[in-house]
Design a protein around this ligand. Structure first.
Ligand code: GDP
Ligand code: MG
Length: 202
């Protein structure tokens, strides 16, 4: 039973690891090969915030090819947040971020939280985009920023960061949020105090 459902769109070039990310979040599994995403697909992940609120995150995993961009435009309309991913070993995937940002600005709601993720941190020997460059880029756009390895690490933290950001501003958000009315009268009692950054994955 969730309190709110937040909708996210996951953007970025093909092969950066978007499907690996959503599959690991929702199923806890990592594979070496994923079928190319055709159009869009979605995955869900539940997060428990430290105030006891249960948030169901619905993540639209998109195909990176620009030829699908017309189809994707329908999916930008009702989102609370966007996750934009590039591969730290592929300069083209970083250079193309401007395309995804433009698509988001042109087709998405005004008030959207965005996190930029540099994936494949485990391949840091082949890195071509420095952390400083990406951090600066994210700062200029007022995005959160992190680097991860879907292959090697727990990857729930970036989703938690953006979910918390949306939740604290929930009264000003009009898009991409569904309130579960059935759950609104149920009082959740916490048994132990959690740290600010603590995240429980259900
Ligand atoms: P998508 O096209 O963005 O959905 O990319 P996929 O999820 O299909 O991943 C493309 C390839 O990158 C697959 O072979 C994945 O196994 C691989 N991959 C994804 N994440 C990582 C990672 O963190 N490290 C490494 N080394 N490979 C990854
Ligand atoms: Mg994919």
């Amino acid at each position: 039973m969730y309190d709110y459902m937040f909708r996210y769109i996951l953007l970025g070039n093909s092969y950066v690891g978007k499907t690996a990310f959503t599959q690991k979040l929702s199923k806890g599994l990592y594979n070496h090969v994923y079928e190319p995403t055709i159009g869009v697909d979605y995955a869900t992940k539940s997060l428990l915030l430290d105030n006891g609120k249960q948030i169901k995150c619905q993540i639209w995993d998109t195909a990176g090819q620009e030829r699908y961009s017309m189809l994707l435009r329908n999916y930008y309309k009702d989102i609370a947040g966007a996750i934009i991913m590039y591969d730290i070993t592929k300069r083209k995937s970083f250079n193309n971020l401007h395309f995804w940002i433009k698509e988001l600005r042109n087709n998405g709601p005004k008030n959207v939280s965005v996190i930029l993720i540099g994936n494949k941190k485990d391949l840091s020997g082949k890195r071509v985009v420095s952390k400083q460059e990406a951090e600066l880029f994210a700062k200029r756009h007022k995005f959160f920023y992190t680097e991860i390895s879907v292959k090697k690490e727990d990857i729930s933290e970036p989703l938690y960061t953006i979910t918390k950001d949306i939740y604290i501003d929930i009264d000003n958000r009009k898009k991409g949020i569904v309130v579960n009315k059935q759950n609104q009268n149920i009082k959740i009692t916490k048994t132990n105090k959690q740290k600010e950054t603590c995240c429980f994955i259900c």
